[in-house]
Design a binder for this molecule. Sequence first.
Ligand SMILES: Nc1ncnc2c1ncn2[C@@H]1O[C@H](COP(=O)(O)OP(=O)(O)O)[C@@H](O)[C@H]1O
Ligand SMILES: [Mg+2]
Length: 313
Amino acid sequence: MSPRTQVDVPTELAASHRKYFGDRGRGWVAALPELAADCLDRWGLRPDGPPMCGAVALVLPVLRTDGSPAVLKLQPVDEETCGEPIALRTWDGNGAVRLLEHDPDSGAMLLERLNADRSLAAVGDDLAAVQILSELLARLCTVPAPAELRHLADIAADMLDRVPSALTLLTDPSGRRLVEDCAGAVRELLTEPGDRLLHWDLHFYNVLAPHPSDQREPWLAIDPKPLAGDPGFELLPALHNRWDEVVASGDVSRAVRRRFDLMTEVLGLERQRALGWTLGRVLQNVLWDIENGDVTVHSGPDGTIVRALLGSS
Ligand SMILES: Nc1ncnc2c1ncn2[C@@H]1O[C@H](COP(=O)(O)OP(=O)(O)O)[C@@H](O)[C@H]1O
Ligand SMILES: [Mg+2]
């Protein structure tokens, strides 16, 4: 019998799991080398380069038995991650990375290998990157969501339930106004949550160029945390990305509105509805921050984006 491959867990991945998931994260990381070795055996894979990771997933470059490149992606199965294989299977390689194998018990996925060294963060001009991301989103969001995914209607209702207690923690009037504006916008849209397949996490680092061996599309989405809903809920990550370039433009409000206008135009979205769901997405971030003890939520990019889009200063 050949010896089992020893997979080293990157220290930053272990630290991130300790920070975000505590003891549960520690336990998952401790079992990770064994899980990785099991998957390599089961799918006949050979490691082919150093492990990669994001905040949550371990991603191992591998070769399959036929010599083709792929990556093994391992992450805990939870409410956010369990939809990834469902979405990737639904898109079936159209605008998104292909799912080659999936183990529902461990959540392990074998994915088509893309070019990890070239994401949209590397495209010279930030508006050109926003244009590419919008065109990709327009394609991904034309697909109706499969029934088993979580729904924006439920996420929105849950957010509104949490607003009153969040407001009791905010003493600063601008923070309270931000939460009230966002909650008001979501309340108006609650009966029209949409039914498209949303990626939810399409920021510049989650759009990669293909692997040199298969240039089937110029750019492909990875890492969805999918849900069913209105495409307006997808815009905020690309408004945040490369924020230093928004600031360096010298007119932050104008730069935010240019990105928003570009995205709504390419996606063919009704501006008011897209604005409402963007405020909804800000509310999701802000509630998360407040519940984690941050009561200065209005001072970051989210507050600036909302003011720019509502035309207030
Ligand atoms: N299919 C792939 N091909 C090549 N590299 C990948 C692939 N999927 C992920 N990666 C690399 O691994 C990193 C983390 O993967 P990702 O799916 O984004 O997980 P996380 O949820 O932790 O952000 C990516 O930023 C990218 O560098
Ligand atoms: Mg990622």
